[in-house]
Design a protein around this ligand. Structure first.
Ligand SMILES: [Zn+2]
Length: 194
């Protein structure tokens, strides 16, 4: 599967299903992040993947003090999930875990170098010219009154002006559903979904 993913990437034709399984940074679309929300009883696990372009406006290696400050600031903001994804106060959710990090191309290539299929010309086509970074964050929330989880408001778009859209996958006892939430209508109605 990994070999296939790399071969497809070389032709810039990674299918969404495959991309989800083995995400390559070069395959992300600037402006579009992904959010997975899994609700199980009073516990909500959230995973965010967002292009560096969306969060700090650049994906080059931090070369100045200003760049580094922007990255640190972004991580600090990303580690406050309830300020990004605003839940109804009545649900009484608290943050149990929050961790955010920046993933860069080098980390990804390190992993790819182990694969023999990655050598030779495919390697040359692999987009070394275009560097990409992605922020990844994982959260766990605990909500005392999960019945009050009627929706999410995405202050995320206010905090990150370059973000346009979040592709959302919601997993609950009712199954898995996909949504898209954009800057023009930054809310997700959860009534009847959980
Ligand atoms: Zn990028």
């Amino acid at each position: 599967m990994k070999r296939l993913a790399i071969a497809l990437l070389a032709t810039a034709a990674v299918s969404p299903a495959l991309a989800q399984e083995h995400r390559e940074l070069g395959a992300h679309e600037h402006g579009v992040g992904r959010l997975e929300i899994a609700v199980e009883g009073s516990r909500i696990a959230i995973g965010l993947e967002a292009p560096g372009a969306d969060i700090v406006g650049f994906e080059h290696a931090a070369s100045s003090a200003g760049d580094r400050a922007a990255l640190d600031q972004a991580i600090a903001v990303l580690e406050k999930p309830l300020e990004l994804f605003v839940l109804p106060g009545g649900a009484q959710c608290v943050v149990t875990e929050a961790a955010a990090r920046l993933v860069d191309e080098e980390e990804h290539e390190h992993e790819a170098h182990d694969d023999k299929a990655h050598e030779g010309e495919k390697h040359a086509d692999h987009g070394h010219e275009a560097q990409h970074t992605e922020f990844r964050a994982n959260y766990v929330l605990t909500c005392a009154s999960p019945a009050a989880l009627t929706g999410i408001e995405f202050a995320y778009f206010k905090l990150f002006p370059n973000a346009r859209e979040l592709e959302i996958r919601l997993i609950s006892e009712k199954g898995a559903k996909s949504f898209e939430v954009g800057r023009d209508a930054p809310a997700l109605d959860l009534k009847g979904q959980l």
